[in-house]
Design a binder for this molecule. Structure first.
Ligand code: 5GP
Length: 144
């Protein structure tokens, strides 16, 4: 899918927002929802999405949503750091299929990195749900 197109309300993250699909939730406020990526590229890979949005990508997002969204991304990233003590954190976001985007509801990836641990492949290899729940609890406990 290119950068241009129509928002599909049947996308997986829209379903998660509506409670039609399960997700291992980490944090929620009036603006954002954070949940664990089920195909994590590293332990603690977390996604942050805007709740009231039909933007498929960052370029389409309304300016008044960008601010609260980025604050949510920073809040969750700090909690991931506090909980999991990584050596580094990748915070990233893909726009359009050629850039690597596979789900077309705007989202940010928070991916902890440890020295000497290679990054897993994007959107491959399903996580153990119990492990994800444990990680979500650890991260959630560090939200401030
Ligand atoms: P994108 O490739 O669009 O930047 O990222 C989409 C992300 O969503 C990928 O990292 C992929 O692993 C994740 N993902 C795909 N389907 C699901 C799902 O059903 N639940 C959750 N929690 N993550 C998903």
């Amino acid at each position: 899918m290119s950068l241009d197109g129509t928002y599909d309300a049947g996308n997986i993250f829209a379903k998660i927002l509506r409670g039609e699909m399960p997700a291992v939730r980490v944090y929620e406020d009036e603006h954002v929802l954070a949940f664990m990526d089920v195909f994590p590229q590293a332990k603690g890979h977390t996604l942050v999405i805007p709740k009231h949005s039909t933007a498929r990508n960052f370029l389409e997002e309304a300016p008044e949503i960008v601010g609260p969204l980025m604050l949510g991304v920073q809040r969750v990233a700090k909690a991931v750091r506090a909980a999991l003590k990584p050596d580094g954190l990748v915070i990233t976001q893909f726009n359009g299929a050629p850039a690597g985007q596979t789900v077309y509801h705007l989202h940010f990836h928070i991916i902890p990195r440890w020295e000497g641990v290679p990054l897993g492949r994007h959107a491959e290899g399903m996580a153990d749900m119990q492990e994800l729940k444990g990680l979500a609890e650890q991260i959630s406990a560090m939200i401030s």
